[in-house]
Ligand binder design. Sequence first.
Ligand code: ADP
Length: 260
Amino acid sequence: GMMGHGGGTGRLDLPNIKHIVAVASGKGGVGKSTTAANIALALARLGLKVGLFDADIYGPSVPRVMGLAGRKPTARGDRIVPLRNHDVTVMSIGFMVEEDSPVVWRGPMVVGALEQLLRDVDWGELDVMIVDMPPGTGDTQLTMSQRVPLSGAVIVSTPQDIALLDARKGLFMFRKVEVPVLGIIENMSYYQCPSCGHREEVFGHGGARKTAAELDAPFLGEIPLDLKIREATDAGRPIVVAEPDGPHAKAYLDIAKSIW
Ligand code: ADP
């Protein structure tokens, strides 16, 4: 097998998965996992067979976000049976490690473990798999982008300069390994007070749109900072499921349509 040879250039063969799309960010805490989950749910609502693979080894939050915290996948023969919720097939490196035990694996081990999960999980037939990538643009991310046959990548950033700088690095990383950048999303784009309607641009606004234009990448949309998004995510029912007819669900559906 190829496991453990994280530095190689051979790509994993995953014939039952039509498209794999990475959701990436230059740094942590910008809402990458929230975005990945909501895009996966929006794609499922479009009638597609969708998988969500949590590759964020350093802070796997997909089990919680998808309402699967504390659950464990089972084995069938030598295959791992993934979990499923909200019409999305879910696998996370977080299911396999103890909560509260920090993962100190080195890059090649991380890539090896992720490859093994991708290969040994019985994903079934998928139209699209969304991969919640580890944040950042280091060797691990680079190797993953080379080894996993990605159809494209979506980059999540807040409007802050520092996050945007890191988002740029992410974009260049994907371009280097010839993975098409499907676009940039501005998360926490602004805050609108639910009682008075006043709008505040907490982290600035519009930077991701500008960066996308400068780097000739599509701009996919902006998602505001909203308590409801946070509560829905933390309750394991992301906003696309919690408020399927609301404005945020519409925004994620528009993003899903433009990347599909
Ligand atoms: P990352 O994967 O980039 O580390 P998360 O998706 O885990 O970030 O989000 C970090 C925190 O911010 C979570 O508590 C999440 O619920 C919250 N969050 C993400 N996006 C939004 C948003 N648009 N509005 C409000 N809270 C958000």
